[in-house]
Write a protein that binds this ligand. Structure first.
Ligand code: ADP
Ligand code: RBF
Ligand code: MG
Length: 387
């Protein structure tokens, strides 16, 4: 595969955004707003979420007061909603790969700055729930420490100044379009990690768009590479899902030699939202038959333009019959790659066969093989979460 390394600029530091880039704040914002709006007899319009990404808290507040015609001033709104957010901060989870990235860069002595539009006090408070984060940043800038919001480059230029590193040697990691534009306006390299789907504008503005922090390749920017990939796989904290095998789209994947025993995403919205779409692998237990290796796709199948997230494990075993309706339990133990679009069905199929080979070999490694004995696969069935 051609490497893009030669096209990237060498960076000597990383500037990170916090909400939506390192922390999974999207769900919290809608949760707090939902409760707040209910007080005024209003319902939250989730589609509105794309309008608030990357704006300052004041801009967001003003837009909400106006859009929902709330009978209060923007200042009243802010003073009422702020304490409600603080109650939630302890529940905010790091996004996949955030902990790993912070530890990696800090461990290699790469200077890091945190540039957030939340007030400095909120930033400190959010960081306090994540061990080792605060100490890893040599510079932290809150929204109340700059005069202009994104897409002004001010916050990033200020970060570079405090790091004492010239802008052209900084790489910014951002989830929002205004943030990406701000980073470019500062003369920096920008990697976009969209926190919301379908932000195609990001690909025209950012130097690179990645699906999640798991896909970040620091070496492309002259930074130390991650060394935790093992034979084409990234070990992850295992997670477990299961249920009866349902009918999929009937696209004839079986005819292509790739049958996938689809599971319903219903009841798994929280766990699926916590894991990026992509190709994973692990162990599958079919209640009446046994435990098998499996490689799976989770996501929207860009090649087929799905509108719903699918969970499609391919069990690496020859079965003589279908098993629709049977209880299937999965232990997902490693990550392979993000979902991709392909120029042809043949190229999609050959990539899926490559995934299969990677998973098949990796699952024999001691690191992964022992998960075959996870209680979720061998023991009694755990109740499904409800959403
Ligand atoms: P659908 O669109 O209904 O999911 P597929 O063409 O993907 O249809 O075929 C999947 C079905 O094939 C599964 O639900 C299962 O009953 C059966 N099947 C047979 N062998 C396998 C296998 N190795 N892995 C997954 N499913 C298999
Ligand atoms: N679909 C995509 O559109 N893009 C992918 O990158 C992709 N990767 C897959 C990897 C694996 C291991 C499996 C089992 C499926 C993948 N699919 C992907 C889903 C595929 O489109 C789906 O299973 C079809 O139903 C196959 O015909
Ligand atoms: Mg299927």
């Amino acid at each position: 595969m051609a490497t893009t390394t030669q096209f990237k600029r060498l960076a000597s530091c990383v500037i990170l955004n916090l909400d939506g880039t390192l922390l999974n704040t999207d769900g919290i914002v809608s949760e707090v707003l939902k409760v707040f709006l209910a007080k005024y007899g209003k319902r939250l319009d989730v589609k509105g979420a794309s309008n608030i990404v990357g704006q300052t808290p004041f801009e967001v507040a003003a837009a909400i007061v106006q859009d929902y015609e709330l009978p209060c001033t923007v200042d009243e709104f802010i003073s009422e909603i702020t304490p409600r957010f603080s109650d939630w901060w302890c529940n905010i989870k790091p996004l996949p790969g955030a902990n790993r990235l912070i530890r990696h860069l800090h461990g290699h002595g790469v200077p890091m700055a945190l540039a957030s539009y939340s007030a400095r006090a909120s930033v400190e408070s959010k960081l306090s729930y994540h061990q080792g984060w605060k100490e890893s940043f040599s510079v932290i800038i809150g929204g109340d420490e700059v005069t202009m919001g994104k897409p002004s480059p001010e916050i990033f230029l200020e970060a570079a100044k405090r790091l004492n590193i010239e802008a052209s040697r900084c790489v910014v990691i951002e989830d929002s379009l205004p943030g990406v534009i701000a980073g470019k306006a500062a003369g920096m390299s920008v990697i976009a990690v969209p926190s919301l789907p379908n932000q195609s504008e990001l690909s025209t503005s950012a130097d690179e768009v990645i699906n999640s922090l798991l896909d970040l390749q620091p070496e492309k920017w002259g930074l130390p590479p991650f060394l935790d990939w093992i034979e084409g796989t990234l070990p992850i904290e295992p997670w477990y899902i299961g249920g009866p095998v349902i009918k999929g789209f009937g696209r004839g994947s079986k005819v292509l030699g790739i049958p996938t025993a689809n599971l319903s995403a219903e009841g798994y919205s929280t766990i699926l939202a916590e894991h990026p779409s992509g190709v994973y692998f692990g162990w599958a237990r079919l209640s009446t038959r046994g435990v098998y290796k499996m490689v799976m796709s989770i996501g929207w199948n860009p090649y087929f333009h799905n509108t719903e997230k699918t969970i499609e494990p391919w069990l690496l075993h020859d079965f003589s019959e279908d098993f629709y309706g049977e209880e299937l339990h999965l232990a997902i133990v490693g990550y392979i790659r993000p979902e991709a679009n392909f120029p042809s069905l043949e190229s999609l199929i050959s990539k899926i066969y490559e995934d299969r080979k990677i998973a098949e070999n990796a699952l024999d490694l001691p690191l992964y093989v022992h998960h075959k004995d996870a209680p979720y696969l061998t023991g009694s069935l755990q109740p499904k979460e409800h959403d």
